[in-house]
Write a protein of this length. Structure first.
Length: 220
């Protein structure tokens, strides 16, 4: 049986489609995973043959792929400040994953019989004289079974959005995932920036479709 020729271009196109624009373009050495060869592709041999990373290379990899490492790196070097509005250490309420569980309004609250509604309020609702819509965001997530704390609200964002560099080769695109293209934003600035970028991206898509729809006149 004849061997099927390796389609490098087709494989690369399928890999990019699977990862999407936010998928980190891993070096080829990382995909192969050869013991004794650093996965980051630095070209230096690993001292212990059974290992796959240098410590510094693994830290660099984390700065390109892990939000918690990126945020810690940025806070250490730039401080807890939004780099657009300059708000110092914006805060937010953070509840446990099970917040609201046990007393958030459900079907029994609205569509049950009067007796069921009264039993529901008596057993599960911690604010007997107030409605759910009257509660503040902080009160909605405070309960006996909920852990809540005030935490820093800064979020990690890419200065140049990844979709703008999606067509670059992997070796060039990899830089945009790292700390050189990252900054810290408060939730409000992050939301506004994302909204502007989405509008620009939609406009570019409409322009591209309009360009393709133009009739092609024959050459004279």
């Amino acid at each position: 049986m004849d061997e099927v020729p390796w389609d490098e271009a087709g494989w690369e196109a399928r890999r990019r489609a699977r990862l999407g624009v936010r998928g980190f373009p891993e070096p080829e050495t990382m995909r192969k995973g050869v013991a004794g060869v650093c996965k980051w592709g630095c070209g230096r041999p690993v001292e212990k043959p059974a290992l796959y990373w240098h410590k510094a290379c693994f830290e660099e990899y984390c700065l390109h792929t892990r939000a918690e490492s990126q945020k810690a790196w940025l806070v250490e070097r730039r401080g807890r400040i939004c780099e657009i509005c300059k708000t110092v250490e914006p805060m937010k309420w953070l509840g446990s994953p099970g917040r609201n569980e046990g007393y958030r309004p459900d079907q029994a609250m609205y569509w049950g019989t009067p007796e069921e509604q009264e039993a529901w309020r008596a057993e599960r609702w911690p604010f007997p004289d107030r409605r759910w819509s009257d509660l503040s965001p902080e009160e909605r997530i405070v309960g006996e079974t909920t852990a809540i704390e005030r935490v820093c609200a800064l979020e990690v964002d890419h200065r140049v959005p990844l979709w703008e560099v999606a067509d670059l080769p992997d070796d060039e695109r990899r830089w945009y995932f790292g700390p050189g293209n990252l900054w810290l934003l408060c939730p409000r600035c992050h939301k506004l920036k994302t909204k502007r970028e989405a509008a620009r991206r939609a406009h570019e898509r409409r322009m591209a479709k309009a360009q393709l729809a133009l009739p092609i006149s024959p050459a004279p």
